[in-house]
Design a protein around this ligand. Structure first.
Ligand SMILES: O=C(O)CCC(=O)C(=O)O
Length: 275
């Protein structure tokens, strides 16, 4: 067990926020983790994330749009007790369960996305493109670990795009940016983002919400931690693309199509009957 301070417990959110999320595909929860609480975790998360980021050493001339968007490290919770206490926090999972309107949620995986100083934009994409899970049964929490404003790469959402499901675009890349930019115009999605964040504020977005992030025009890194939750008892869906097959192997090891999405990598983080 870690001796990190607990960020467990419940966090009941208002019906207005639940409705806003259902309508728009995203919602903000201020100080889901207080700035003081976050100080117990952020240094370890950034240090570990920096150590294990798989795309941090790619030479400039070989970097793709993806690599310029952020240094990405995955499943920190498996490697460090402090990261585990953060990622598995019941408080965050409780919010995810309320927004998904389910009795319980499991961990799918975590990621540290560190948009480096002067890092590039994050292209338009839908997270559920990668998942062997229904996009409506999974949700991403995004929490910056430092205070940020619009110059550091805020996430921008295409309002109500989640209601359209799979928009059949590409994986995160220059191609997805171009395809989805055209689609945003064609569908006349309105765009929104939250202006600035204090470390520990969080947003949640739905699996099919189309989103991107701006570039970081400052000389300061913008590390953000994301945790993806799946509804307890949801099933592994038919695989339609290679990325989903890879996700199945990495994040749901041993689970097969049609089975309940629950492997040793997917602990039950919150359930109404056990809290
Ligand atoms: O942090 C970013 O730049 C992008 C975040 C994102 O795409 C996500 O959390 O799904």
């Amino acid at each position: 067990m870690s001796d990190s301070p607990s960020i467990d417990g419940e966090r009941i959110i208002s019906q207005d926020k639940v409705d806003f999320f259902a309508d728009n595909g995203h919602v903000r929860v201020d100080q889901l983790c207080s700035k003081d609480e976050l100080m117990n975790f952020s240094e370890s998360l950034v240090r570990l994330g920096t150590d294990i980021a798989w795309n941090k050493d790619i030479p400039l001339e070989k970097q793709r749009t993806y690599d310029r968007a952020f240094h990405q490290s995955i499943n920190l919770w498996k490697l460090d007790p402090v990261a585990k206490a953060f990622v598995t926090a019941k408080r965050f999972a409780h919010v995810a369960a309320q927004l998904l309107k389910v009795k319980g949620v499991r961990l799918y995986h975590d990621q540290l996305l560190n948009k480096k100083a002067l890092g590039g934009h994050t292209p338009w994409h839908q997270d559920a493109y990668y998942w062997p899970i229904k996009g409506s049964q999974a949700i991403t929490m995004w929490m910056p670990l430092v205070d940020i404003d619009s110059s550091m790469g805020l996430v921008q959402f295409a309002e109500k795009s989640h209601l359209k499901g799979d928009l059949k675009g590409s994986a995160i890349s220059g191609a997805s940016e171009n395809e989805f930019s055209e689609l945003v115009d064609k569908e006349q999605f309105s765009l929104s983002s939250y202006e600035s964040f204090v470390a520990g504020d969080a947003t949640f977005h739905a699996g099919w919400t189309l989103h991107r992030a701006g570039e970081n025009s400052t000389n300061t890194d913008r590390p953000a931690m994301t945790v993806i939750y799946i509804a307890d008892q949801c099933q592994v869906q038919k695989i339609e693309r290679n990325e989903q097959q890879l996700d199945l192997l990495m994040y749901l090891p041993g689970a097969n199509v049609g089975e309940i999405a629950a492997s040793p990598m997917n602990p039950l983080l919150w359930h109404q009957d056990s809290n």
